[in-house]
Ligand binder design. Sequence first.
Ligand code: BGC
Length: 741
Amino acid sequence: MKHISLILFITVFLIAACTPSVNNTDARLDKRVDSVLQLMTLEEKIGQMVLYTSDWDVTGPTLRENYLDDIRKGHCGNIFNAHTVAYTRQLQKIAVEESRLGIPLLFGYDVIHGHKTIFPISLGEAASWDTTALELSARVSAIEAAASGLHWTFAPMVDVSVDPRWGRVSEGAGEDPFLGSVIARARVRGFQGPSNDLSDTLTVLATVKHFAAYGAPEAGRDYNTVDMSERVFRSIYLPPYRAAIDAGALSVMTSFNELDGVPATGSRYLLTDLLRTELGFKGFVVTDYTSINEMVDHGVAANFAEAGLLAIHAGVDMDMQGEVYFNFLKKQVEEGLVSEKLIDEAVRRVLKVKFMLGLFDDPYRYCSEEREKRYVYAPEHLDAALDVARKSMVLLKNDNQLLPLKKGEKIAVLGELAASTRDMLGSWKAAGDWDFMQSTLDVLREYNGEKNVIYAEGAKKTGDDRSGFAAALSAVRKADKVVMVIGEDWDWSGEAASRTSIQVPGVQTELLAAVKKLGKPVVVVLMNGRPLDLSREHLLADAILEAWYPGTMGGKAITQVLYGEYNPSGKLPMTFPVNVGQVPLYYYAKNTGRPIYLPNPKYKSRYIDAPNDPLYPFGFGLSYTRFEYSALKLDSKQLTAEGQLKASVTVTNSGAYDGVEIVQWYVRDLVGSVTRPVKELKGFNRIELKAGESKVVEFLLTPSQLAFYRQDMSFGTEPGDFKLFVGGNSRDVLEAPFVLK
Ligand code: BGC
């Protein structure tokens, strides 16, 4: 006990009445940090660089059994996968009351798309293109997490990816660096709060992950090799990390992959030169789960000790679960292989964040049962989750205006996923529960009346069991219309869930084909965590609604969209290919020297067995109403170095429903010192239009938006001819030329 008092006395004395926040002057904070650092033994310092999982929830391959003892001895300063006020308080008590110095623990968790109230998976949220809603989702997640005793989330995951085989596309914001950056910023603001005040007990520290380029594993296989040019890295993959850091995220997680032959966790280029020197990152760097150890298997270190040396010299401050810093660092310092100054720097960064969180003022300030009770599953959080779930849904097809359905018609509901609640939460469901949730089937019954909903499972999510087909077909015969909920098991996307086929698994589509033969109109509702090859479903279904894994309120959101209580407005944040052979397929491709529109089809950049175009392009999504674009105008044909160009377009809702449209602005640089993408997203507007209403939508373009990595790798513009495009997706656009002077 005397030690807690010592630490508390010193820190309270030093800072007097000042509330720690990101805005505190660094000098003041540094003083506080040093006041603690000077009391610490080398072992205790290393303890602050150690992060272990609790056994409450385990998210990786290892568990250190005696982590409680480590906390007690000051050998572990940070814990993840522990939550609830009662449990975090119990662990905090050990750190504060039983360790020599009483330094409080930092508690982290993967709060990715909700803590208890679960929002749609991140890719689904990105389909809303609604940064206000996304910020609110992160805000709500932070509030519930912080109210459950947590200080730190391992989010946002900002890895750009163009490969739907990679299961972790479900955790990101899709393929586009611009959209990804806007979303990264919104999420950091949501987690850390609009004023970035970590001392607010309803915010959590954000982690930008996985640094860097984790989203580009070869062949889409998780953890696989990443190799790309520096130009591609900087132009496509880096911007969302940069945006999140600029937004104030104070921790960064290293990635499992190598980049240009160097595993990220041992890359001084990535973690020091780029991250700290160039991007100006001021927080601490944590590894991914045992990624220091994995450098042995990568083949850049002969043993864990060597791997640890690579990590510490690269700039890694905290070892997640690897036990490498704990086992080897002390001896390496004593042998002069690592300077204690380096250790001090790492510990300072960690302690500084603990100060900012206010943990030295009151280690239990996040442990309030009252707050936990007030905020977890608060009605306003469930409302927010419903709102985001509806906004995330993308209408991919709607022949003959089959949707919205009419209340009171008899519907056959098919598919294991229709009755599932667990799947609705997707991967990384944090502490979300599904026992009390309503499935899509539950809500459809409630909404449309028990007698008007005939359920037959028909097909499982996986496997080749056709024994349910007959009952399903008999249900269809009795119904006016069919709603089939198909897709992937929740565990088929997320970490370690790469696929070589991206088709709807099992015999679900076979059942769809059998249903189709009965001639009833069929709506397919999809639950999945990645772009799928929907070529067969596109031909078989009359309407397709992409619902992703929509979260706690998913059943209600799906029902409201199906019945037109909400007019779908989501747009794809990733291209949906015709088949897996087209992968990677993304809208910002290069033209190549042999584009397919030139005469003589033979020697062109094309496939002989499939089109080049996707099934559904980036930015695509239908509405129950129709939006028409006309009168694209530029206020000048020229953009000067200091100037700006104002573009406007008229968007008309020419259908029968009020709706929301996402107006997307793209540019193309026609000639550059290096080849340029055929389109690049530069902005978007989310507009609401009543049926019959028109609006003029404006977009301001400045030269900085046209900058790129030129041939000599300098970042800037090149004068010349450009095109500006606008439309409701990346394919169907109006265009206007302009010149950059
Ligand atoms: C994942 C990270 C996650 C960490 C902790 C790792 O396996 O790659 O994204 O934050 O586990 O759960």
